[in-house]
Structures are given as structure tokens and as C-alpha cells.
Design a protein around this ligand. Structure first.
Ligand code: XUL
Ligand code: CO
Length: 448
């Protein structure tokens, strides 16, 4: 049976009699939907930090996770053993990508030189496993927030030694990305922000981190690393206010510093909620501005204000996400769905790691099926076209063609009676739209 006491997860359709949670009912990887196999729309990835390292702690409690490799007590032995467990899990789930932070893989030494040497041993083993299995690296990243030296940030730290260390750490991380053929490279600035404006020079900090990003772009060109660079927005947690607050703020930052040609965004469901947005909102903003890069697949909870990193199970949300993805023709140039998610603290067995991925994969596969049916019928496209149709001719058309002025708008509107203006507004029957979306969910899944 291998290292994990579990069989390969198979697609069973609507078959009964399989153990619930350990088979796919919707994710049929080679099934063609909207012109592409499901696996190519979804490009699932396992997140090393949650799946292999997360002990299932919360701010009030000890870890509860039970993992087979805890029998290796030496940190380096355990780090190397995890590689075997990881690649077997990828294959048993049928996931073709993974993601990691440099510090997820190996323990730190006293100097960066020692730390890099530990890391390289594990990367050697990962490279061999990638070669043997065909599993690919969706993205890697650098943890510039875990170690206490980053207490006040990395690229925005007020301490030049920490800034220099961060650049040095990034350099090696980019080299690893190139070596492993990373499709993307992510920057998440969990400590790039402020706790108080009274001691913070906000613009100076942003100038510093923009310069660091530019150095990364330059170094990637120098070594021929062609991964798509991505920034992952999050408004807060752990830092009170993070500079990459949401998609719109981050796009503004990239344009301000001339980095917009080299970066796109990696958007996460729970981060969107912390910014008081929906996941769909963040994806729409990025998609329409040309910045959709990749997605961290997780969900939050209405009842709690933290980053819960729950595995996705909300079909309404996965449908909305996949509707946007289909509208974009794909997640991004090299994007995928990375499960930046962890089991609840009460789901602590090794088997729960499989169950959580299965629900996440099946929920996105179901969302894809529903959204594809909506696109096939052009349901939303027609609805939106109708809603804005007054801009297709007359005064509306003159606005869209850039031919309108305040004077021409005045000419048009000055003598219009109130009754005519009210008659120009049409009810959108929004509740019926929502009911129709519900019908799509029920019917598309029943037919799947
Ligand atoms: C934290 C988060 C990170 C990034 C990578 O909320 O999402 O795990 O995805 O650093
Ligand atoms: Co994330």
C-alpha cells in the first residue's frame, strides 16, 4: 500500500458504496469540459507548508496532527523522509503540482550559507522525485516572515541588515525556482506593512520593497529564470496593515513602480474575505486589468475574523471562481489552484489529509461543471449584454466611443421629464437571477 495506508483516489461518478470522502464524484481528470481536460482547467497543487508541516495549531492550542513521519526525530532526517511521503501523496491524489516556501523544506542553520546547504540536500531529492514522477512545481516562494529576524518586515524592514539578508535569501530561492522549473514565483508580504504609522515611513518602505522586487526581476533575467512573478495580496494578519492589501491596491503599487509588466497576482479566497471582498471580486478585478496569475484555493468562515485556510467546499463560491476562470480562458498564463488550506484541528489523522484534498478537488471540479454550463448557455453574458444595451446606440454609444462631452449630455438630458428617466431604468430581477444560478447548480451536478 506504500507509505500512506490508503489506496489511490479514483473517480467513481455517482456510484454508491465507496467510502464517502475517499473517491471523486466530479473530478474526472481527463474529461473534456469547455474544450480542455478538467485537469488542465484546474491544475491542482498541494501546499507543502500546510499539508506536511502544519501541526494544526490555533492561537490557543497545541498541535493535534498525527503524521507517519514524526517517527523521524532528527530534523534533517524528517525533512528528507517527508519528500517520499509528499510524492506518494501527490500521486495517490492525482495532483500534478506542488508549492513550497524555502523554509518549509529544511531546518535553518546559523548562517545563510549553512541554511542553503540544508535546503539544497532536500531540493536534490525533490528534483529526483520530480523527474521520476512527472509532478511539477507550480510555484516556490521565500519565507521572509517566520524567523524572528523578520519581526518588522523583510523588504520593508527598517533595518538594513535584515533587508540585505532578505535579498540574499531571495537570490537562492530564485535559483531553486529555476533549477526545478517553477512555473511561477510568489511573493507574499505577511510582515510587509505596519503596526503603527507613528513610527513608520510608509513611502520609504514601499520604495525599498519595490527596489527589491526590481532586483529579483533583474536577477531572474540574468540567470534565465522564466517563472511568472506573482504578488499575493492580503490586507492583514499577521501584520495590522499589509501594503498588498487587495488586488486593486497591489495593481496600483505595481504600476506606480513600473513593475506591472513583470508581475501578476496570486489571489486567495480567505484573503479576499479579510479585505471585505468576495473571492470572485478579487478575481474579477485582476482578470479585467490583465493581472490574473494564479489562485490559492481555500475558503474562510462568516463567523470568524481570521484566516481560517479551510479547504474549499462551498459550491456556490467554486462556481463563481470557475465562471471567472472560464471567462479568462484559464487561470493565468501559468496559474493553478494551490490548496493553501489545512484540515480543522479536529481532523487530525493522516487519512484526513486525503479527505480534505478530495473535498477541495471535487468542489472545484463541480464548480467547473456548473460554470461551463452557464457559459455554454451564455446565461450571464446575455444577461449583462441586455443590462448595458442602452450603451449600444444613441447617447450611450457616443459615450463609449469617446464622443460625448458635458455639453452633449446636457443637450440630451436637459428637457427629459422625470417619468421618462424612471422608465429608462429596468428592473434586473436579481432574485430570479440567483434562483436561476441555483438551478444551474442542481441540474448541472445531477447530470454530471
Ligand atoms: C498566508 C499565505 C501564504 C502564502 C505564501 O496567509 O497565504 O501561505 O500563500 O507565502
Ligand atoms: Co496563500
Amino acid at each position: 500500500m506504500g507509505l500512506w495506508d490508503i489506496d489511490k483516489i479514483e473517480y467513481v461518478g455517482h456510484a454508491k458504496g465507496v467510502e464517502e470522502g475517499l473517491a471523486f464524484h466530479y473530478y474526472d481528470k481527463d474529461r473534456v469540459v469547455a474544450g480542455k481536460p478538467m485537469k488542465d482547467w484546474l491544475r491542482f497543487a498541494v501546499a507543502w507548508w500546510h499539508t506536511f508541516n502544519q501541526g494544526l495549531v490555533d492561537p490557543f492550542g497545541d498541535p493535534t496532527a498525527q503524521r507517519p513521519y514524526y517517527k523521524y526525530t532528527d530534523p534533517m532526517d524528517q525533512a528528507l523522509a517527508k519528500v517520499d511521503y509528499a510524492f506518494e501523496l501527490f500521486q495517490k491524489l492525482g495532483v500534478e503540482f506542488f508549492c513550497f516556501h524555502d523554509r518549509d523544506l529544511a531546518p535553518e542553520g546559523d548562517t545563510l550559507r549553512e541554511t542553503n546547504a540544508n535546503l539544497d540536500k532536500v531540493v536534490d531529492k525533490i528534483e529526483q522525485n520530480m523527474h521520476d514522477t512527472g509532478v511539477k512545481l507550480l510555484w516556490n516562494t521565500s519565507s521572509l516572515f517566520t524567523n524572528k529576524r523578520f519581526e518588522a518586515g523583510a523588504g520593508t524592514s527598517p533595518f538594513a541588515d535584515i533587508y540585505a539578508y532578505s535579498g540574499a535569501q531571495l537570490k537562492h530561492s530564485l535559483e531553486i525556482g529555476k533549477r526545478l522549473g517553477a512555473e511561477n514565483y510568489v511573493f507574499w508580504g505577511g510582515r510587509e506593512g505596519y503596526e503603527s504609522l507613528w513610527n513608520t515611513e510608509m513611502k520609504r518602505e514601499q520604495d525599498h520593497i519595490a527596489a527589491l522586487f526590481q532586483m529579483c526581476v533583474d536577477y531572474a533575467h540574468e540567470i534565465g529564470m522564466d517563472a511568472q512573478f506573482l504578488i499575493e495580496p492580503k490586507p492583514k494578519e499577521p501584520t495590522l496593515h499589509q501594503y498588498d492589501y487587495d488586488a486593486a491596491t497591489t495593481i496600483n503599487f505595481l504600476r506606480t513602480y513600473g513593475l506591472d509588466k513583470d508581475f501578476k497576482l496570486n489571489l486567495e479566497g480567505n484573503h479576499a474575505n479579510l479585505a471585505m471582498h468576495t473571492y470572485q471580486h478579487e478575481i474579477r478585478v485582476a482578470r479585467e486589468a490583465g493581472f490574473l496569475g494564479s489562485l490559492d484555493a481555500n475558503q474562510g468562515d462568516k463567523l470568524i475574523g481570521w484566516d481560517m485556510d479551510e479547504f474549499p467546499s462551498d459550491l456556490y463560491e467554486t462556481t463563481a471562481v470557475m465562471w471567472e476562470v472560464l471567462a479568462a480562458g484559464g487561470i493565468g498564463p501559468h496559474g493553478g489552484l494551490n490548496f493553501d488550506a489545512k484540515p480543522r484541528r479536529t481532523s487530525f489523522t493522516p487519512e484526513d489529509l486525503f479527505r480534505t484534498h478530495v473535498v477541495g478537488m471535487d468542489s472545484f471540479a463541480a464548480g467547473l461543471l456548473v460554470a461551463a454550463k452557464m457559459h455554454e448557455d451564455k446565461y450571464i453574458e446575455n444577461l449583462q449584454e441586455q443590462r448595458y444595451s442602452s450603451f449600444d446606440s444613441g447617447i450611450g454609444k457616443s459615450v463609449e466611443e469617446g464622443k460625448a462631452s458635458l455639453a452633449s449630455l446636457e443637450d440630451y438630458a436637459i428637457d427629459k421629464p422625470q417619468a421618462e428617466l424612471i422608465a429608462a431604468c429596468k428592473s434586473d430581477h436579481l432574485e430570479s437571477v440567483k434562483a436561476t444560478i441555483n438551478n444551474y447548480l442542481v441540474e448541472a451536478l445531477a447530470q454530471a
